[in-house]
Design a protein around this ligand. Sequence first.
Ligand SMILES: Nc1ncnc2c1ncn2[C@@H]1O[C@H](COP(=O)(O)OP(=O)(O)OP(=O)(O)O)[C@@H](O)[C@H]1O
Ligand SMILES: [Mg+2]
Length: 315
Amino acid sequence: MQKSDSNNKWKKNYDKKYLKNNLKKDSVVIRKELKENIKKDKILITENDTKKQIKVQIKKIKKNNAKRRGVITGINKPGNVMELKKVNKYYTNGQIISHILKDINLEIPEGKLIVILGPSGSGKTTLLNVISGLDRSTDGDIIAINHNLSYMNDRQLTEYRRYNVGFIFQEYYLLPNLTARENVEMGSYLQKDKKKIISADSIFEKIGMTEHSKKMPSQLSGGQQQRVSIARALTKNPKILFADEPTGALDRKVGIDVLKTLQSINKDFGMTVILVTHNVKIAKLAHLVIKMKDGKIEKLIKNKTPLTVEKVNWE
Ligand SMILES: Nc1ncnc2c1ncn2[C@@H]1O[C@H](COP(=O)(O)OP(=O)(O)OP(=O)(O)O)[C@@H](O)[C@H]1O
Ligand SMILES: [Mg+2]
């Protein structure tokens, strides 16, 4: 412990000195980068790292993944609901370091339907988890709804999620002993600001589920259950609705209905919907497609006039 403290101290002084020398130089880029790296405690791994250096990095990754110090408020640019700056996510497993998200820079506009697209293992869920506050990035900044998620502790992240964001997963996670309507009402209890709540009745009407509202989950089809889970996420009126492969467990026809529901929520409520999928057809519905490959953003595709669900050729 003491040894690593003195190591850190030495590194800090060394960095300061290095920074100072570089400040004298005329290299604005290096100056900026160095400053940023030191400030943000950035992880820097090279192939030539010794065992000891790797051990230090693993320690740093674990520490950063658990908690980072910094200001938890931030301000989004007008029109944006989220900005990511040089976001990285590392996992450690024994002596192995996996670099999962690599230097992600991204701006997410407000009120749009966003699709995160990519093959299995490309980092879609990892990205969704860090931008939704379910998990923490290892370094970089994630400013969402005027909060800086990177520096929030677990309790702060839980609060943040509770009031600001909604989730839909591949599995519906409905409570089996409650009716569809009661399941949705459970979602509204999470919202502290009661004025914000959208009533279960109005949502059921909107998504064509009124006649099923008194049924138990076991009496509903998969697609209907998924629509109840969407209603549950929606009722607290979150700023952003996150959906990870929401149609993954459904057959095509039912999946299309669920997508219709999500598209109309985006359109009618002006809610930002961020949807993860590996299906390129679903990406046609998006105003912005974030194409992931090997932990990086391969391409950003903007689409001023996305197709409606009816116009996509699902065959
Ligand atoms: N806790 C973890 N520890 C180590 N590696 C992990 C962990 N979670 C995910 N990974 C790895 O990160 C990579 C990206 O995983 P992720 O779940 O984000 O992919 P995905 O694009 O969502 O894939 P899929 O389409 O199959 O859901 C994978 O190689 C995965 O093995
Ligand atoms: Mg996934």
